[in-house]
Design a protein around this ligand. Sequence first.
Ligand code: BDP
Length: 722
Amino acid sequence: ENGLNGWLRYAPLPDELRQHASSLPSRAVIVALNETETSPVYVAGKELQAGLKGVLGYTLSLSHNLNLSASTNSSAIILVGTLAAYNLSVKHNVSTLAADGFWLNVKGGQVTILGQNERGALYGAFEYLSMIAQGDFSDVDLVSSPSAPIRWVNEWDNLDGTIERGYAGASIFFRNGAVVEDLTRAAQYARLLASIRINGIVLNNVNANATLLTAENMDGLGRIADAMRPYGVQVGISLNFASPQTLGGLATFDPLDPSVVGWWTDKTAQLYQRIPDFAGYLVKANSEGQPGPLTYNRTLADGANLFARAVLPHGGVVMFRAFVYNNHLDPSDWKADRANAAVDFFQHLDGHFLDNVVVQIKYGPIDFQVREPPSPLFAHLPHTNAAIELQISQEYLGQQSHLVYLAPLWKSILDFDLCVDGQPSLVRSILSGARFGRKLSGYAGVVNVGTNPNWLGSHMAMSNLFAFGHLAWDPTQNPQTLLETWTRLTFSLSPTVLSTVTSISMASWPAYENYTGNLGMQTLTDILYTHFGPNPASHDNNGWGQWTRADSTFIGMDRTVSNGTGFAGQYPPDIAAQFEAPATTPDELLLWFHHVPYTHRLRGDGKTVIQHLYDAHYAGAQTAQGFLAAWAALRDDDGGAAGAGAIDAERFDDVLFQLTYQAGHALVWRDAIAGFYHNLSWIADEHGRVGYHPHRIEAENMVLRGYVAVGVTPAVTASNGT
Ligand code: BDP
């Protein structure tokens, strides 16, 4: 098993569970208007056939478009279709289904799967298959609608086939400046996405290349759309704001210039000619060197609305990123703070965006760190559509070489109450559109899958993609429950495997936070290049860094209104007041908001900041040693995997390799961070551990045979630069 099928393996159930097969219908009937071989409802039928064959070993026959309705149907079948085609009036709560929603009813031998649209029918079929694959043959009556209409993934693929912040090989979409010929993987990816109810994909890097809009490449995009359409996944692209000039040869890319407007209108029409259901555009403007409307003294809303007008007649959407900041801020300026940027740039634009624009906001004010408070911008756009940007690709979080289950991190943001106007304002109810009465809103996840057969470069990391889709559908879901479902579908129904994967995954985010950067210091990776491995020294002297303002006696960013950067004041008053004082700031965000002495005592455990930092790094690294031991214990005495084939040898070994690496790298992290702050503060560790490495063997002290030393960039990530 190489992981290609992810959680859609349809592995045979154990014999005792397969007996249930006899009570299931042997016939499925597809009821849909205008069904073709590329429609999601047709795919739903095929998927049911494949799934039941794999899980239960029996062959389901399929019939199509029979003149069937609630009143004429009496035989035991699996019915898959759309509400409109089935003309269902019997079930009143089904009529409340939102677009993409479904009704799944299992009653004895009768299975009914009806979607609000074809996509919903496919989602319902996947839900039914998920139950069966977990050995669940119970009756259910489930009416399920999405929390939000936008449930998209973003891929940061470049046309040359590389992927920005991708850790699983080359692009499955592009190579040598063009769309690849063989789109098998694109279709397989669409299948995985549909099974977690993702309905859109942006195919290319937010740092976009204008040549994606040549006629040949637009044809290629059309082929990708064709490959993904059967699964209900609509494609969109990232734009380069300067394209009218760099590709079109115009003298300007000013968003209010008529020639620029005309250029985008034409290009958009050409795209829709090839892809009638094109999802829309994603735009990164005036950020990290990208061009944008500010170049011409136009507002960011002017920039977004330019594209919104172009896609509006075609039904498209513009996702406009709020990740706009100045990476040339001066770290010695006590009032400067990158965290302030999103609110500073967007707050006054609320209400200026057209209705088909969605402002896409990273979950925290900085950049995908291990611990951030929610972006305060979520509280400031009551008259604007908003989406949250999460990152499945573990850019700062171990790059898939570390197991870090991210759903608990995301939940800490989604469940946060921003108390806008003193009213309950959970981030997730802003994202569902409920809090501010918005129709268009939702979720974007940066995934960056690659040609590696297991998609993300790590079997374990796939739980993050699974959880992302399910949380976008229903953010009230419990991360552990999602993880357990994923584990059963991905590995095995064995209780030992389930408890092992659950316990190590649930401990993984706290552990990574502990051994990288705790108390709100953020992830102290190398910041200028790799974003991997410890390099706390790289942060405080440049505009890209996450400043810690650490010196020999103090540590932490003062973001208070009274003394600091004022960031705390960007939250609504109740929350702002809480973050303004160390005494009311949660320990895990203390150093995010406050500049305190190393000897400051924490609210929770009463330890000093520095002792807590030492202890947390040792505890986190220790936990990571435990991951390896727990996984290794799944090995049978005879060297095979536990529980009679509970996990195949291939994936068992892959995960063992990854966890071995993580166990070692966690020690590197521990020693680097604890040692760094020990050297700065000269405060001894109460337990005498920091700075003392009796068992460490320096690379320089080893004899190299068969190796040559080479310089490493950046030098600080290696031992003495090599
Ligand atoms: C940062 C990444 C960079 C992205 C940028 C973005 O390091 O590669 O281009 O975010 O989201 O985290 O635009």
